[in-house]
Design a protein around this ligand. Structure first.
Ligand code: TYD
Length: 213
């Protein structure tokens, strides 16, 4: 089962994924948690290029670098783990490209789809958890987190608003795959909702027994 986490900046995806991975592992499941861009040695080098604030780049270059990192991750980590029957949790995936490079930057969404299909071999998540937060609140959280702003964080608020509304468009087009979770809540409440949703999906597939708690 392939589960992705999406959403604007500052929605707390990373913390939530770490906790979910521990919880699933404690139930005896084989879990790999990874992230985009990055997640592989080659991908981590591409991540450095993509996120360095001083790297000015054309939107097409940006898109192709995200796609290159994704191709490496899908082929060397995600698919092999899914083929072994494991669960993969991924912090961002192809929907980030549609939201940021498509709706945010204005690149043609159908072209992005085509190249993404090539990069991923058509791998689509089984479940996508959308940790939704008002971009203004999310960016403030990011600023106060002490992590520093990366090249994309530093874009104008308008860009981040287009990204969020792009996500809503994607979600509405595929409501079976997407679940929206309000991320402007205490971490424990968000984690509780995530576990309920994931447990239900795993039970539906017979991966967890009905009694798992
Ligand atoms: P990261 O620090 O991982 O941000 P976050 O914690 O919000 O996930 O940085 C990843 C950045 O890259 C983030 O701003 C979103 C952006 N991004 C794209 O623009 N396109 C993509 O395809 C992906 C995967 C990420």
């Amino acid at each position: 089962m392939f589960i992705t986490f999406e959403g604007p900046e500052g929605g707390g995806k990373t913390t939530q994924i770490t906790e979910l991975a521990h919880w699933l592992t404690a139930q005896g499941l084989s879990v790999r948690a990874t992230r985009e861009p990055g997640g592989t040695p080659v991908g981590d080098q591409i991540r450095g290029v993509l996120l360095r604030p001083e790297n000015q780049m054309h939107a097409a270059t940006e898109f192709l670098l995200y796609s290159a990192s994704r191709a490496q991750l899908v082929n060397t980590l995600i698919r092999p783990h899914l083929e072994r029957g494991g669960i993969v949790l991924c912090d961002r995936y192809a929907d980030s490209t549609l939201a940021y490079q498509g709706y945010g930057r204005g690149l043609d969404v159908s072209t992005l789809h085509m190249i993404t299909q090539f990069a991923t071999g058509g791998l689509i998540p089984d479940l996508t958890l959308f940790l939704d937060i008002d971009p203004e609140i999310g960016l403030k959280r990011r600023e106060h987190s002490g992590e520093g702003l990366n090249r994309l964080d530093a874009e104008a608020l308008d860009f981040h608003r287009r990204v969020r509304s792009g996500y809503l468009t994607l979600m509405n087009a595929d409501p079976e795959r997407w679940i929206r979770i309000d991320a402007d809540q205490p971490l424990a409440a968000v984690q509780g909702t995530i576990r309920t949703v994931v447990q239900e999906r795993l039970q539906q597939r017979g991966i967890l027994p009905d009694s798992a708690g």
